[in-house]
Design a protein around this ligand. Sequence first.
Ligand code: FES
Length: 68
Amino acid sequence: MYVCVCKGVTDHQIRQQVSDGARSWRDVREATGCGTQCGKCACFAKSVTREAVQEARAEADMGLAYAI
Ligand code: FES
């Protein structure tokens, strides 16, 4: 779904940015332009980013657990 109408950014694109290494709202905003026009999407976009980062960290922790 579209998170940012102004820049045409979807939740999938935010999750993809995190998958590609973004670890903060700032990283996602700079990569996608999300939230840089009217700013109305920023609160929801931050929450999507936060959730994606938590999932990425949990997956990384699982990877470490299997590596030990
Ligand atoms: Fe994202 Fe306007 S909806 S900047």
